[in-house]
Write a protein of this length. Structure first.
Ligand SMILES: [Zn+2]
Ligand SMILES: [Zn+2]
Length: 364
C-alpha cells in the first residue's frame, strides 16, 4: 500500500476533505496511473450530494488523464510511461452486453468498496465509479484506459473520459444521426456542448440549442449550434419548430438531469423522431409523457449511458479530430485549479457558467 493525497467525501453535501489515503498496487489486469489532471463532472457533484446513494467515505472523480506508473500482469500492450486517459467504464469484456458491443452497460458487478483504496487507518474507502480520480493516483482495469499522444496536454485529454464521449457519442452512437437531419440539444453545459459538436460532426442540417440563458446559447453557437431557444419561453418547442422550418426534430438530445427538460423533450420531436436520455436525474425522480402521441407518430425515447461509447474505438478518432481542429476541447476548459482548491472548483461548477473545471495535480 502506498500513501497518496485524495479529496474524500465523508458526509453527503459537505465539503470534500483532503487527506492521506492508502492505495493498493495493481492486480492482474490492472494498472496504476499517476494523474496529471481530473475534470469535475456533474455526476461527481450529484454523487457527493447523496442523490444517488453509495457508500461513504468515498473518493469521486472519473474524468482523468495521467501516466502509467505500474502494471499488474495481463494488461495487454500497456506499459509504464504510457500517457493515458482513465474512464469509469470498467467493462469485463465477456458478458452479453460487452460481447454485444455495449461495454457501457457491462453486466459484471465490480465491488467499489473492496477496491484498491483504504483510509489512512486501513478502513474501507469507496473507489466511486470504479475510478476514484480525485486523488494523486488511481488503480484501474486496463480496459478503462486508452493511450493518448505524448504531445496531448493532459488537462485537455481528461475531458475525453466522460463529457466529450458522452455528448459526441450520444449524437453519433445513440441517435445515429445522418447528414441532413435536424437536432435539438437541451442543455448547453459540458455534455450539451459536446452533443452539439457530435451533431455537427454527423452532418446535422440544423442544430437548435435550448438553455436557460442567452450567454449559454451564444457559447452553444461557438460549438456548432445554428439556432438558440431560451428554455424559459412559454412552450419553447414552438420556437424550435420555427427554427426547423415548421417541423419537429429527428432527434432531441437531453443532456441535463432536470425533470422539466425530460417532460418537455418529446414535444420537440418530429414524426419518427427519437429523444435520447443522457443527463442523469436524481434517483426516484419521475417524468411523464403522452404515449399515444409517441405511438401515433412513431417516436421513441431511449436511454444512452456514456454515449454508448466503445472507448478503444471512439477515443482515438476523437483525438485525431481534435488534432485536425475539428473537435473543440481546449475551449471546454473554463478553469484550472489545484487539488487543495477542489471545493471551490466544485462550487464554481455548481453555480457559475463554467464549462469544465479541471484539477491539475502539479499545481498542488
Ligand atoms: Zn462524468
Ligand atoms: Zn461486461
Amino acid at each position: 500500500m502506498q500513501t497518496i493525497k485524495a479529496a474524500v467525501c465523508r458526509a453527503f453535501s459537505e465539503l470534500l476533505v483532503i487527506e492521506d489515503v492508502l492505495i493498493a498496487p495493481p492486480g492482474t489486469g490492472e494498472v496504476e496511473v499517476t494523474l496529471d489532471a481530473v475534470a469535475i463532472c456533474h455526476s461527481d457533484i450529484t454523487f457527493a450530494s447523496g442523490a444517488w446513494g453509495g457508500h461513504l467515505p468515498a473518493v469521486y472523480g472519473h474524468e482523468a488523464a495521467g501516466i502509467i506508473t505500474a502494471t499488474g500482469d495481463a494488461v495487454g500492450d500497456f506499459k509504464v510511461g504510457d500517457p493515458v486517459v482513465v474512464t469509469l467504464i470498467r467493462a469485463c469484456g465477456s458478458c452479453p452486453s460487452c460481447a454485444g458491443g455495449q461495454p457501457t452497460i457491462c453486466e459484471t458487478p465490480y465491488d467499489t468498496v473492496n477496491g484498491p483504496l483504504r483510509t489512512a487507518d486501513g478502513g474501507p474507502l469507496e473507489q466511486a465509479m470504479a475510478c476514484g480520480a480525485f486523488a494523486e493516483k488511481v488503480v484501474v482495469s486496463h480496459r478503462q484506459i486508452v493511450k493518448i499522444p505524448e504531445t496531448m496536454p493532459k488537462d485537455v485529454a481528461s475531458l475525453l473520459s466522460c463529457g466529450v464521449i458522452t455528448g459526441v457519442g450520444a449524437a453519433v452512437n445513440a441517435a445515429k444521426l445522418r447528414p441532413g437531419q435536424d437536432v435539438v440539444v437541451i442543455g448547453a453545459g459540458g455534455v450539451g456542448l459536446n452533443a452539439i459538436q457530435g451533431a455537427r460532426l454527423a452532418g446535422a442540417r440544423r442544430i437548435v440549442a435550448v438553455d436557460m440563458t442567452e450567454e449559454k446559447l451564444e457559447i452553444a453557437k461557438e460549438f456548432g449550434a445554428t439556432h438558440g431557444v431560451l428554455a424559459s419561453l412559454d412552450q419553447p418547442w414552438k420556437a424550435a419548430f420555427k427554427a426547423l422550418g415548421g417541423r419537429g426534430a429527428d432527434a432531441v438530445l437531453i443532456t441535463v438531469g432536470a425533470i422539466p427538460a425530460y417532460d418537455q423533450a418529446p414535444r420537440y420531436l418530429g414524426r419518427g423522431g427519437k429523444a435520447i436520455m443522457i443527463g442523469m436525474p436524481h434517483s426516484g425522480a419521475m417524468s411523464t409523457y403522452e404515449p399515444v402521441v409517441l405511438a401515433a407518430l412513431g417516436q421513441g425515447v431511449v436511454g444512452s449511458k456514456m454515449g454508448d461509447v466503445v472507448i478503444q474505438r471512439d477515443i482515438p478518432w476523437m483525438i485525431d479530430l481534435y488534432e485536425q481542429g475539428r473537435l473543440k476541447l481546449d475551449e471546454l476548459i473554463s478553469g484550472r485549479w489545484s487539488l487543495d482548491q477542489i471545493n471551490e472548483a466544485i462550487e464554481d461548477t455548481k453555480t457559475g457558467s463554467a464549462k469544465r473545471n479541471v484539477i491539475l495535480f502539479d499545481k498542488s
